[in-house]
Design a binder for this molecule. Sequence first.
Ligand code: LLP
Length: 423
Amino acid sequence: HLPALDYRDGALHMEQVNIDEVVNHYGTPCYVYSKQAILDVYHAYSKSFASVEHQICYAVKANSNLAVLGVLAQAGAGFDIVSRGELMRVLAAGGRADRVVFSGVGKTYGDIEYALTQGIGCFNIESISELALINEVAKTLDKTAPISLRVNPDVDAKTHPYISTGLKDNKFGVAHQEALALYQQAATLSHIEIVGIDCHIGSQLTEVAPFVAALDKVIELIQGLRDNGIELRHIDLGGGLGVRYIDEMPVSIEDFAQALLPKLSELGLTVFFEPGRSIVANAGVLLTRVDVLKPTAHKNFAIVDAAMNDLIRPALYQAEMAVIPTVLPSAGIETADTQTWDIVGAICETGDFLAKDRLLSLQTGDTLAITGAGAYGFTMSSNYNSRPRASEVMVAGERHQLIRPRETVEALYADEQLWQDAP
Ligand code: LLP
């Protein structure tokens, strides 16, 4: 399941690059992404949906490094953004504003103004007050705002509660029953142009059934809109397709497409998707060095130089991600000194773990790769404990390139000021 990674003569490679060379060049902790792996998934989406007009809007929040955005922009991708900052990144990376959809429940006046000025493709609207605000900003700028309504189809995505978004208890979207009235209201507004309909039901979905259930609900609404004289140009099914971290068996992009295409073809609308995780997760690893081995009577702890500030998914969602050595012990993964280890960071919190109960043969100074770390890894990292954020590297063929240097500690407090007592 990790197409960009394999062992050659016992050494982990990403594409044609020996990972040890990356470690020697850039140190650890370090995120490494495969350009080819990113493009392969992007192309799997566009191929699988080739029979309908479509636009893949990569969800920037999953991994927003300019190099990643640039590779996707060059391939023709659109983008799903949730802030002015993400739009600025997309534009800095060469992405086109007219291929961007703007999601999120709390867009501010400034966000909307910037997006309209840049010529945003569509605002995915989540409430009546947002609709009014967008109309007002557009009027001030003498522009027309293209909008789509994010409907909450009330289907169970069967994923972790923190990343499930399509239930009526969630803060997201407009209830199915209220959608028609809100569209009718939108149709009366002078500076609003209705262009689409949108839903996103959650993240890391492994089954196709919830997507189909959500699509059925959205199609019902599209019929209702047509009956009321409201015609759309696109339907946006959000993101959410899961990936394999350890032993998950997510539906493949091809099967996902096969399940949805019969219904989508009949609609005659352009189909948008907003995938994040599925495009970048397995294109990336986080490299970390074993600093201290601490066997205790109850547990064995391997303390590594990455921590929850670098990768918070295990601490926040109890996410399980695979940990593999960058150099195989000569006798293979399981040797005489294989033991069960908790892989933990050096931060002062019990929640600071990256993996639990992993069978590994470890020595101080070894490098480990945490796989599946290309999505929601660096973008969720922080400076907790005054730890500089990791470096990021991209690999393509035989080349590797630094795409973000490791932060310096000095930079972390460079803009801070000592309190000045009154003279
Ligand atoms: N569109 C919208 C409106 C979203 O809210 C999201 C993700 C996506 C698209 C992309 O979903 P994806 O294809 O990546 O599943 N930090 C969590 C995941 C949070 C997802 C938030 N929304 C994690 O690390 O598991």
